[in-house]
Design a protein around this ligand. Structure first.
Ligand code: AOF
Ligand code: ZN
Length: 337
């Protein structure tokens, strides 16, 4: 069966829009559109987060039973085949008498995958469309499924001679306003921000994302790494989303963040924390702001990252070079993915 290519293509684009309405969290964002055999939209649905109905079931719930029979379901993710917090969508689609299912991204879950095969064996016509777009929509979630941890960006600002601060520890401001505005957009694009207790004590950062013209920009949750006490008057205590604390075992802490539904982490500093992430091989992407200034002295941007000899150097791949006002942004990946 071929379906209705134009209607299905439009419906898949619409399903992606619907998916994006759902929250980022432990579950993927998923959207679904149900079409009549002649390509009319019968109903729409999306997943609103763990514990709530899946997108297909949400869409089916908007239809009368006779409308669902013979319908086509367009879904951004392969319908699940397991009973998790909710029942298997493959069975729900079969029970509703859906005749055709078109999905984009495969479900990588050990327990949840297999929905496409189950539908096929149940006599449903199964097809695939827009796989790359479907995967892009949930790229961070897929990363978490693969690695068990959030995708990590490590950021720092440095003088051209590789210093993060002057000899006395002062570091405000090395970079200009354009670079700082960029940092706020980057913060807002991540689910969580990591700082070390050293940075909290030295800089007393607010750690909110202040994006010009976007008062409702998403606010990542701060995670303070380290063992030192956060002072009673610290600005971070006023953060609108509160904050989490984390200990020294980076990998275990990252698993905990992923289990809490945090898919991306932005490591803001300072040098001790950035070095620890690099040393542990837990940095996926670096964003380095280079300010045309010299500081000299002992405050290098990194300390020990586990490179004792030149054979151990950490080769990077530069993915972006951009001038931001008088500063330069270098974006690189560690190739660990
Ligand atoms: C779908 N449609 O809308 C979503 C799916 O604990 P549960 O029951 O919510 O199941 C979570 C898993 O189900 C999740 O890890 C992913 O594999 C799949 N998510 N599947 O058919 C949906 N959100
Ligand atoms: Zn499901």
């Amino acid at each position: 069966m071929a379906g209705n290519p134009v209607a299905e293509r439009d419906a898949m684009a619409r399903a992606r829009e619907l998916a994006a309405r759902g929250p980022r969290g432990v579950n993927p964002q998923v959207g679904a559109v149900l079409l009549s055999p002649d390509g009319r939209v019968l109903g729409e649905g999306w997943h609103r987060g763990a514990g709530t109905p899946h997108a297909e079931v949400d869409a089916l719930s908007r239809l009368r039973p006779e409308e669902a029979r013979g319908a086509t379901a367009i879904v951004t993710l392969e319908p699940c085949n397991h009973t998790g917090r909710t029942g298997p969508c493959a069975e729900a689609l079969l029970a509703a008498g859906v005749a055709r299912v078109v999905y984009a991204s495969a479900d990588p879950g050990e327990a949840s995958s297999g929905g496409a095969a189950r539908l096929t064996s149940g006599g449903v016509d199964v097809d695939r469309l827009d796989e790359a777009e479907g995967e892009a929509l949930i790229a961070d979630w897929l990363f978490v499924q693969r690695t068990g941890r959030p995708r990590v960006t490590v950021k720092w600002a440095q003088s051209l001679d590789g210093r993060a601060a002057a000899a006395d520890g002062t570091s405000r401001w090395i970079t200009g306003p354009e670079a700082r505005a960029h940092v706020h957009r980057e913060r807002s694009a991540h689910d969580a921000i990591a700082v070390g207790t050293g940075t909290v004590l030295a800089d007393d950062p607010l750690l909110t994302a202040r994006v010009d013209g976007e008062p409702d920009a998403p606010q990542p949750i701060p995670v303070v790494f380290g063992t030192r006490e956060i002072p009673a008057g610290a600005a971070i205590r006023q953060h609108p989303r509160g904050y989490r604390t984390a200990g020294h075992e980076l990998e275990r802490e990252l698993f905990g963040l992923a289990a809490a539904g945090l898919q991306t982490l932005y490591v803001e500093g300072g040098p001790t924390l950035a070095s620890a992430f690099l040393r542990a091989g837990l940095a996926d992407r670096l964003t380095i702001y280079l300010a045309p200034t010299l500081l000299g002295g002992p405050r290098t941007v990194l300390d020990d990252i586990g490179v004792g000899t030149i054979d151990e150097q950490r080769r990077l791949t530069v993915t972006r070079l951009e001038q931001l006002g008088r500063d330069l942004l270098v974006e690189a990946t560690t190739g660990k993915e």
